[in-house]
Write a protein that binds this ligand. Structure first.
Ligand SMILES: [Zn+2]
Length: 229
């Protein structure tokens, strides 16, 4: 039976050879050697970059290969990349956030979940300690896709779009997302978490856009709809 199975596998692999989820070249690995080499690790750390968020850590700048990975996962549904990207989120957690009380992925609206079939932020939590991850935030309303809006309007668009379950007093929460660009989504999520009782909200993400300080929403160009959920 196993021989038949492996013969069938070889047959399908000959017709549909496995491809790199980023560049599409033939590769047995989810991310080919070339793309792995181009995925340069760089620690980005922002302290209180935007209202309600205490700090942000990412191990990739949001550009080139890392940006391609974010887009491939979200828009081309290259879900095989999720496990690889979740490994980077795990590294961020272990290095900087292991003292938090629990972890919350940024939610997407249920209608978008039905359309896309998965929430990329929840997927990036798959390698984090299971007992720490809670679906503690709810997206209460569907919002206009952020890509259609100016930087200032993006923040306004998300006002009150999230609600948190009650949080025991004094808890430190880690918010997980795929990317941090303007920070509008993280800020609104953190606002909801702090209203519910959190004393600290950190953000771990796969990639973050470089930013200069002092930064304001209006000064940041954003070519990726982080909040296009
Ligand atoms: Zn590749």
């Amino acid at each position: 039976m196993n021989a038949v199975k492996s013969l069938l596998n070889s047959f399908f692999e000959a017709i549909y050879p496995p491809k790199c989820g980023v560049c599409g070249s033939i590769s047995a690995a989810t991310v080919c050697d070339q793309c792995e080499q181009e995925l340069i690790r760089e620690e980005l750390h922002f302290i209180q970059p935007i209202a309600h968020v205490d700090e942000v850590w990412a191990f990739h700048a949001y550009e080139q290969t890392s940006a391609e990975m974010v887009k491939a996962l979200k828009y081309r549904r290259e879900t095989a990349l999720e496990h690889r990207m979740a490994g980077d989120v795990l590294d961020v957690y272990l290095a900087h956030f292991s003292a938090v009380d629990f972890i919350v992925p940024v939610p997407i609206h249920r209608s978008r979940l039905a359309w896309r079939g998965f929430n990329q932020a929840a997927g990036l939590c798959q390698r984090l300690p299971k007992n720490m991850v809670r679906e503690g935030l709810v997206r209460t309303r569907k919002t206009t896709p952020q890509v259609q809006l100016s930087a200032q309007d993006r923040a306004k668009n998300l006002e009150g779009a999230f609600e948190s379950l009650p949080i025991p007093a004094g808890c430190r929460v880690l918010l997980v997302d795929d990317v941090f660009t303007t920070g509008a989504t993280a800020s609104e999520c953190a606002r909801a978490l702090k209203l519910a009782g959190a004393v600290y909200v950190g953000v771990a993400c796969f990639a973050a856009k470089r930013r200069e300080f002092p930064a304001s929403l209006s000064s940041l160009a954003c070519d990726q709809p982080e909040e296009d959920r």
